[in-house]
Design a protein around this ligand. Structure first.
Ligand SMILES: [Zn+2]
Length: 271
């Protein structure tokens, strides 16, 4: 599943190909995504200029000169490609936007959990306005986590994966961050100390920043016809390492389901 670092890399990858260009044509091949692509979307934004492209949580925001915004999500299996008109349509290509210089942004999504929506006021869009802070920005820190966790009995892993608390901390990043910060994933969120939350916030920032950095090489793929960004091969310290020795202490890594998600941890290093 594309996580925040893949989405960030996708945004960085498509930006130079689309910004300051005008939309010549929009083709919808299959509107039935997680939410249907609005019927009027293909006609509505013709000839409009793309002024900028940004990211909020895992939403890709394509801002237009009229202040309207296209909101794209890659869902479980989606990807965006920058191609030209010589690239034949592939299975699961659902949407494309052709720019005035012939550049095409094409959206492929085998499982169709992604979306392509539009908004005249994206900040107040129902998918956007309730989102918690961005993990890489300064307002996300240990103090903030401590404040939000007061009296909370839910497992700290579920707490940091809740998009109302902080966006973009997926299952793998949650396991990895809690391991590095030495916090047991099942510990009640309200029982984690301020010092530990300070450490955890820093670790989350580092883990995500590292993944974004390692994704730098996939940016090159965007100029290829098959320019799909591969999901980043991470060097994982704990995730997926059930029964293997802990990299810190050598004890066997345990696997447990917390909040219906597979969780990996070391019972000696994480308290
Ligand atoms: Zn250990």
């Amino acid at each position: 599943m594309p996580e925040l670092p893949e989405v960030e890399t996708t945004v960085n990858g498509i930006k130079p190909w689309l910004e300051n260009k005008r939309i010549q044509k929009i083709n919808v091949y299959n509107p039935s995504l997680r939410w249907a692509i609005p019927d009027d979307l293909p006609e509505k934004y013709l000839t409009q200029k793309i002024t900028s492209i940004s990211r909020r949580a895992k939403y890709i925001l394509i801002h237009l000169e009229t202040k309207a915004t296209l909101i794209l999500h890659l869902g479980m299996s989606g990807s965006l490609m920058i191609i030209n008109n010589e690239t034949p349509l592939a299975k699961h290509d659902h949407f494309e936007m052709i720019m005035d210089d012939g550049t095409i942004l094409r959206f492929n999504d085998p499982r169709r959990f992604g979306c392509v929506l539009d908004s005249q006021d994206f900040k107040n869009h129902k998918l956007i306005y309730k989102l918690g802070p961005e993990p890489l920005l300064p307002d996300f820190d240990g103090q903030y986590l401590k404040k939000k966790s007061l009296n909370k009995t839910q497992a700290v892993k579920n707490f940091i994966m809740d998009g109302h608390i902080v966006v973009g901390v997926g299952n793998i990043y949650a396991s990895e961050s809690l391991f590095i910060a030495g916090i047991h994933p099942n510990k009640p969120a309200g029982k984690v100390s301020l010092a530990k939350y300070k450490q955890l916030a820093l670790v989350i920032k580092q883990v995500l920043a590292q993944a974004i950095q390692s994704g730098g090489t996939t940016l090159k793929d965007f100029i290829n016809a098959d320019g799909k960004p591969g999901y980043f091969a991470q060097e994982l310290k704990v995730y997926g390492r059930k029964d293997l020795p802990c990299v810190n202490c050598g004890k066997k890594i345990l696997q447990k389901t917390i909040g219906q998600r597979s969780t990996f941890y070391c019972s000696l290093c994480q308290k």
